[in-house]
Design a protein around this ligand. Structure first.
Ligand SMILES: Cc1cc2nc3c(=O)[nH]c(=O)nc-3n(C[C@H](O)[C@H](O)[C@H](O)COP(=O)(O)OP(=O)(O)OC[C@H]3O[C@@H](n4cnc5c(N)ncnc54)[C@H](O)[C@@H]3O)c2cc1C
Length: 378
């Protein structure tokens, strides 16, 4: 195979949100960096990645309530996780426009957990306040929803706009962005050789930011990262003012205003028995689509009447323990920045910054439970 691609200090595999941010930080620090993405239209409005398909909520921590995070990780780690997410949102806000404030609405049994969540959010240093059902209904102009936690540190953005800004910034900083370059294999020798559709490229270090695509590219990921499909519906404009971004059902339903003035609704993976795990086709499951349409019909009737104008799905990369993988892989010269599941917009910037700092020889301080070593007991 010919050497069609010039060699580079660092090659980033994957040009979604996390790959672009890694490239941006590295190029700004003067590192020669090339991004290879499999998609022929990777950096445009037709890209196939989850980043472009996403809703664009920038939710502090996880979409679930903080007591659930504390229950899963323990109080100390939950604090570290939230601080990491807070730092990531602040970093992203330096690069792209976003609107602050978000609602975590309670539906059904979840309502009883809201007060506990508000109290714990103070202890965890990420305050939120309770909004009554009437206030939620008035703000959202909706029916049938419950009270909510208002999280001032949450935000929302337009993924297409944000990705286009990050692409331009990465290019302007000197990163080489190459599309239609699916990396087929990675050879580790004295230097690293990546074999892609356009030829081969040598580098000193590879950053893996290819989400679930990594499971077939490097065996290390085979049992650690897996695909999960998520879907989104967008309505025509209904004349409503822009909303704060919001989620409900512990994050399994979320929505926000579209730039067009319509409403975007995402989630409802629970409509399939396997929660869309393992699905790689970018077509929404009919049951998920029906559940999203049903939610629109019940809660946002005016928007539903305006009609659905776009339906799409994207494939997210989850890890086996549901936490991102950030930093060097065992064996060195391969660095991970991936596994952001359904909260990439609030985690990827800090992940990318840590990756860049590590490559620059700094010693970034971040939670051990985000490091790849955790999964192999090192
Ligand atoms: C419908 C939907 C709604 C969502 N809503 C939100 C939300 O509101 N808030 C939030 O924070 N997150 C949300 N997410 C999740 C979010 O999109 C992801 O966390 C984030 O986009 C992950 O970014 P990434 O760069 O890791 O992956 P991706 O954006 O998927 O990028 C990975 C890239 O790697 C490339 N690639 C794969 N394999 C190879 C290979 N072998 N060689 C070269 N390139 C390769 C792909 O082409 C792709 O461009 C949503 C996702 C979906 C689908």
């Amino acid at each position: 195979m010919s050497e069609a691609i010039p060699s580079s200090d660092v090659v980033v595999v994957g040009g979604g949100l996390s790959g672009l941010l890694c490239a941006l930080y590295l190029a700004r620090a003067g590192i020669e960096v090339t991004v290879l993405d499999a998609d022929p239209l990777a950096f445009g409005p037709q890209a196939n990645n989850a980043s472009l398909a996403s809703l664009g909520l920038v939710q502090l921590g996880t979409a679930e309530h903080p007591h659930r995070l504390a229950h899963a990780l323990g109080m100390e780690r939950a604090k570290q996780y939230l601080a990491f997410s807070q730092r990531s949102i602040a970093l992203l806000a330096e690069e792209v426009p976003m609107e602050r404030g978000g609602l975590r609405v309670g539906i059904g049994a979840e309502i009883d957990e809201l007060e506990q969540a508000v109290a714990l959010s103070q202890d965890l240093g990420v305050p939120s306040s309770l909004w009554s059902q009437e206030r939620v209904a008035e703000h959202l102009g909706c029916q049938l929803l419950g009270p909510a936690r208002h999280v001032p540190m949450d935000a929302r953005l337009d993924p297409a706009e944000a990705l286009s800004i990050l692409t331009e910034k990465a290019r302007a900083a000197g990163a080489r962005l190459m599309e239609g370059q699916r990396v087929r294999s990675v050879e580790l020798d004295n230097s690293i050789t990546l074999h892609s559709d356009g030829g081969q490229v040598r580098c000193e270090l590879v950053v893996y930011a290819a989400s679930w695509g990594l499971r077939t590219l490097d065996h290390w990921f085979a049992d650690k990262v897996f695909p999960v499909r998520a879907a989104l519906l967008e309505t025509a404009p209904s004349g409503r003012p822009a909303l704060q971004g919001a989620s409900a059902q512990y994050g399994y339903l979320s929505w926000q205003s579209a730039p067009s003035g319509g409403l975007r609704v995402s989630g409802a993976r629970w409509a399939t028995p396997h929660m869309e795990t393992g699905e790689v086709e970018r077509t929404p499951h009919p049951k998920v689509q029906k559940a999203l349409q049903g939610f629109l019909d019940k809660s946002f009737a005016a928007d539903a009447q305006a009609g659905v104008v776009a339906v799409r799905a994207g494939i997210q990369g989850y890890t086996c323990d549901n936490l991102p993988l950030i930093g060097p892989l065992p064996g060195a010269r391969r660095v991970a920045c991936t596994g952001f599941a359904d909260t990439g917009w609030s985690l990827a910037a800090a992940g990318a910054q840590i990756v860049a700092q590590g490559i620059l020889g700094e010693q970034p301080v971040y939670p051990d439970f985000l490091k790849p070593q955790r999964l192999v007991g090192i």
